[in-house]
Design a binder for this molecule. Structure first.
Ligand code: PLP
Length: 390
């Protein structure tokens, strides 16, 4: 009988969402204000679904039928991404790889690198970065504390590291790296010969010129960084699945191998591509009517985040994020633990939020609120919270 890869037994129990569901099960679901969800709640604009439907219809005719697509993604989408997202940035369409989600892309790309690589991740963090490295058998993981004292931005690693994960705007803390902050990391990676995985899943929420949309806005980043972007949160594709990564041809491993060449080899073997209709839907996001429709939805999420942030501040909560991000990182009151605060919110205010400790040890004492909710839910949550005495 086949034996398990023992590295899988080293993973933490994936109990966070299960535990939340379990505790929330005692309440009438309809009466709960769900501010925990990291998923979109607004309908996908018709201009996008229409593009997907008409691409699907092409498959009804033999003359327009498409079977397996290019593993790197159709040229029409890679060109649209390059022309719209990398204006004045020296990235070419053949350095873009279309994927079916950052989660998949970021968790599988580390397969290319040797097992003994040293990895640096923020604490708290999006759990996929850690789990995918644990599954790959990596033991050398340095956690970079992101605390109130350092504005939830990590300080440079103590050891020599090979792989660094940066997420900006950040999940869960909602804070974003300024150009100056990010330059420090690019310079460090160059000096150390390290590779940065830059996760820009929430890039569409950036509201200030000071915060770079792409790591390649920092000179020299194309020698040290791979960037991940997604249509999930910017265009409502969490269920449709489409994302991309940018892998500059300049990137080399320490032993001189081209990362681009081996990544292409990797996806040709392991990845079946993103479906044609979905790629047409993603392409439509870059048209004038597509951009307008997406902006309407993003503005609703942005004003929800603003309302939630300001509402929490007015109730005397200490909050972070929520400006360049749909997430608000809120300090519990009276030094309550994340789970105690979760229970209090659930029982006394019928609110679901995510305990910060679920994202790492340094998340203890915080809770994450999400603005992927409608205005009514946010208003009700704030009204309920106002009545809670602590
Ligand atoms: N990266 C971060 C930081 C996320 O929070 C998420 C989803 O919540 C993802 C990546 C996943 O993105 P995708 O839907 O493209 O797989």
């Amino acid at each position: 009988m086949v034996k398990l890869n023992k590295d899988y037994t080293k993973l933490d129990e994936d109990y966070l969402f299960f535990e939340i569901e379990k505790r929330a099960a005692f309440f009438v679901k309809k009466s709960l204000c769900n501010l925990g969800i990291g998923d979109i709640t607004l309908a996908i604009p018709e201009v996008i679904t229409e593009a997907i439907c008409s691409a699907t219809k092409e498959l009804q005719e033999e003359k327009t039928l498409r079977g397996y697509g290019p593993s790197q993604g159709y040229l029409f989408l890679r060109e649209a991404i390059q022309k719209n997202e990398y204006i004045n940035i020296p990235i070419t369409e053949d350095e873009i790889f279309v994927q079916n989600g950052i989660k998949n892309a970021i968790s599988s790309l580390q397969d290319l690198f040797c097992k003994t690589s040293y990895v640096a991740v923020c604490d708290p963090t999006y759990p996929v970065y850690v789990d995918s490295n644990v599954m790959a058998g990596r033991e050398n993981i340095e956690y970079l504390p992101c605390l109130e004292e350092n504005g939830f931005l990590p300080t440079l690693p103590q050891k020599n590291v090979d792989l660094i994960y940066i997420c900006s705007p950040n999940n869960p803390t909602g804070v974003a790296f300024t150009r100056k902050d990010l330059k420090k990391w690019v310079d460090f990676a160059k000096k150390q010969n390290a590779l940065i995985f830059f996760d820009g899943a929430y890039e569409a929420f950036i509201t200030s010129d000071d915060v770079p949309h792409s790591i390649y806005e920092i000179p020299g980043a194309d020698e040290v960084a791979i960037e991940f972007r997604s249509f999930s949160k910017s265009a409502g594709f969490t269920g449709l699945r489409c994302s991309y990564l940018v892998l500059p041809k300049k990137l080399k491993t320490e032993d001189g191998f081209s990362i681009h060449k081996f990544y292409k080899r990797h996806i040709d073997t392991k990845y079946g591509g993103t479906s044609y209709p979905i790629q047409r839907g993603a392409e439509r996001c870059f048209t004038e009517d597509g951009k307008k429709a997406l902006e309407r939805n993003l503005n609703i999420y942005r004003s929800g985040a603003k309302m939630l942030r300001e509402g929490l501040i007015s109730l005397d909560y200490k909050v972070f994020g929520g400006t360049h991000s749909p997430y608000i990182w809120c300090k519990t009151k009276n030094e309550m633990s994340s789970w105690d605060f979760f229970d209090l919110l659930l029982k006394k205010a019928q609110i679901i939020a995510i305990p910060g400790s679920g994202f790492g040890r340094c998340g203890e004492g915080f809770i994450r609120f999400s603005a992927f909710a409608n205005q009514k839910t946010i208003e009700t949550a704030l009204n309920n919270l106002e009545k809670v005495t602590l």
